[in-house]
Design a protein around this ligand. Sequence first.
Ligand code: AHM
Ligand code: MG
Length: 339
Amino acid sequence: MKTLIEFINEEQAHIPNASGEFTRLLNDITIAAKIVNREINKAGLGDIMGYEGKQNIQGEDQKKLDVFANEQFIEALKHGGQCCAIASEENDELITFSNKLSNNGKYVVAMDPLDGSSNIEVNVSIGTIFSIFKRKSEPGKPGTNEDLLQPGNQLVAAGYVIYGSSTMLVYSTGHGVNGFTLDTSVGLFLMSHPNMKIPEGGNIYSINEANYIYFPEGVKEYLRYCREDDPKTNRPYITRYIGSLVADFHRNLIRGGIYMYPGIRKNPNGKLRLLYENVPVAFLAEQAGGKASDGFRRILDIQPEELHQRTPFFVGSKHMVEKAEYFMKYYSKEFAPEK
Ligand code: AHM
Ligand code: MG
């Protein structure tokens, strides 16, 4: 079986003048992922679960494993020297480095080091999500916020690691999506899911329905459509919601489905963060033949204005996202972003 590194090397060989820096950057991400995976697997044994006693910028309690994962990815990227700045869900400010090697790094990374972390103590799948962009500022100095504030259509690569019944890395450099499963006996990610494609239609919808009364009319109408009886179109659909974006998306990627985290009137931008949750997942969805939008606009075309900006999120099978967008446009015009 092909290893991840063999595959990346092959991919990079097609790029003229590739220096190997990107390969090293991805390799650094996999090193941190393996360490995080090891700690997650023994999470019930030690004192690593529970709260760190601090809050992140969104006022959420940080769990010890969140903090641990954050440190591992930052350290790996710092020592690798290819990345000049990181935006992390766990850090209010941009992370930059004082060493010369990193300041000469060509890339910047936005990441959620441990997404869905409220699921840790119940042994449910969680994930790491990352976006990789080329820096815009001149090398030789630390990266800047502007280096990170790029729309998803400028991505060099994006992916996630799912720590589930097995651990997988799913990533894309813009030439399709490939999945690699960690063989823990040899410590290598091996290609297990080449050229992943999301079914154009599906019958799974994933949303936190407890928020129903707050949903825009467009989402309510779409949910009504999903629950209607129409065997010709496979309805009523089925509902599956883990509450862990990576796990919910991964299932829908393989089976066909839609994941939604809409905005609500008191919180029109929803919950999920653009740069390190929505953009990388949207990129993978599109690369697999699916679609991602905020209900009105393509996620990858949104120009971010802040590192921790949120947007509503509809992602998954193309026809399902198109249908949800149709209902949003028809019933929830007031949520449409100003042009
Ligand atoms: P987190 O980054 O604090 O873990 O929050 C993101 C998570 C997603 O993984 C998940 O899909 C969503 O929040 C669930 O939110 P809710 O509990 O409101 O349904
Ligand atoms: Mg998150």
